[in-house]
Design a protein around this ligand. Structure first.
Ligand code: PMP
Length: 426
């Protein structure tokens, strides 16, 4: 049933039907939360044995004999640098393993640029008249939060099926005030898009007007495939090296959605020069991060392959949840042009685009039925979705039974807000 080809009378009839379903759902007094992309309890339980890897003094040493209980190693354990280096395709010497949050590393990276400037740059960005960041949209709200809190102006760049629209990026970096771009290159948050090889190469070959320009390459979902045929992302550091632009990217990841969010380990990788600069400033901030936790992770995974195998357990839990949402959307909106979505091969989200002007209303109606979704607009800088169209579906946390009710509610509320919109403009 395509709402766009319905007459006014048909739409009114449809709205009446939807309103009576809405009233039925109201009586159910649902209390469901799909607002954030958190792992579910079963996923957290997978890592239980990691907690048992250190239970006495003797367990606290690395293979090389370093006592992890003590101060030192500001850039992390060698074994952890090697493992994450292998995961990211970066030499261990160009990796720093940090604390419990890659967002923290990203925030620090931006503030370092503002206070100290970048290798080969013009000095502290804070002295510039204006600092702008390119923000592929829809994107990750906390990236936008960093910029907003630090007074960095954000410029939207539309996403294509291959990543950010590179024609626009190449044009915008001609502005000297543009000093950075946020990228989630694999299973982007929320679209689930992996950047094509051509996109990665175009990034590596960018010729920004400002020598300060940096790519903030947040590879948070690097090992988060739902199936064995996961997307393959080209190595940005290698491509930048080839393009003689080695200092362009800062690469980030963490184990937040591998082991425990908030209690995992985070990673930054970059060129040798960039890493040297980060380390020299970082050692003023800390004598070292939580090496006991790094050691727990290393003892548990053993190797990069160990970590990849372990991710299959997550995929087994998540696959049915993604399938449920996608099947439900397909069932409800197959021939209906009021909603579009993508089917990601990994990551944590499904990006759902409703008829222009209907996202906020849809999310509000769902809230009225007790289903909390990510706030509409959150996937855009300043929380302003210019078309009011994008809703981020986070299917990982609720149990399957709750997820089913939540998606039914989302579909109903989408139909209701869209019929009302169409009646308004007809
Ligand atoms: N980057 C992206 C793209 C994310 O989606 C998330 C978590 N939702 C993070 C970073 C946060 O990572 P961390 O917990 O390591 O700070």
């Amino acid at each position: 049933m395509n709402y766009l080809s319905m007459s006014g009378e048909e739409l009114k009839e449809e709205r009446e039907k939807l309103l009576s379903q809405f009233e039925k759902y109201k009586k159910k007094e649902l209390k469901l939360d799909m607002s954030r992309g958190k792992p579910c309890v079963e996923q957290l339980d997978i890592s239980e044995d990691m907690l048992k890897t250190i239970s006495c003094n003797e367990d606290c040493f690395t293979k090389k004999g370093f006592d992890c209980r003590n101060y030192g190693l500001v850039d992390g354990l060698d074994s952890a640098k090697e493992l994450f280096g292998e995961i990211l395709g970066i030499a261990a010497g160009q990796i720093i393993v940090g604390g419990n949050s890659s967002l923290n590393l990203m925030y620090d990276a931006v503030t370092r640029c503002l206070l100290y400037g970048v290798v080969g740059g013009t000095g502290p960005w804070i002295k510039a008249d204006s600092v702008k960041f390119l923000c592929p949209v829809p994107g990750y709200d906390r990236h936008f939060g960093i910029c907003q809190s630090l007074g960095i102006e954000m410029v939207n760049v539309p996403m294509t099926k291959d990543g950010p629209d590179m024609d626009i990026v190449e044009e915008l970096v001609k502005d000297k005030a543009v000093k950075g771009i946020w990228c989630v290159p694999k299973y982007s948050n929320p679209d689930g898009i992996t950047y094509s090889d051509e996109t990665v190469r175009r990034f590596a070959n960018l010729k920004p007007a400002s020598p300060d320009f940096r790519i903030f390459w947040d590879n948070a979902y690097c090992v988060h495939d739902l199936n064995d045929d996961g997307d393959v992302l080209l190595n940005i550091l290698d491509e930048c090296e080839k393009a003689k632009n080695p200092n362009l990217p800062f690469v980030f990841t963490s184990t937040s959605k591998i082991t425990y969010p908030g209690s995992g380990v985070s990673v930054v990788g970059a060129s040798k020069e960039n890493i040297a600069q980060i380390k020299s400033i970082m050692q003023m901030q800390t004598i070292g991060h939580d090496k006991m936790n790094m050691l727990r992770h290393m003892k548990y995974f053993g190797s990069a392959d160990g970590m990849k195998t372990y991710m299959k357990k997550h995929a087994e839990i998540l696959r049915p949840k993604f399938e449920l949402v996608l099947n439900e959307l397909e069932k409800e909106f197959k021939d209906n042009e009021i909603a579009q979505w993508k089917s990601p091969k990994g990551g944590y989200f499904i990006s759902f685009n409703v008829l222009s002007g209907c996202a906020k209303k849809t999310v509000q109606l769902a809230k009225d039925l007790g289903v909390v979704l990510t706030e509409a607009g959150a996937t855009f800088p300043y929380k302003i979705d210019p078309n009011d169209t994008n809703i981020r579906i986070a299917p990982t946390f609720p149990p399957v039974s709750e997820l089913k009710s939540a998606i039914e509610v989302l579909c109903l509320c989408t139909k209701l807000s869209c019929t009302e919109k169409l009646l308004e403009i007809s």
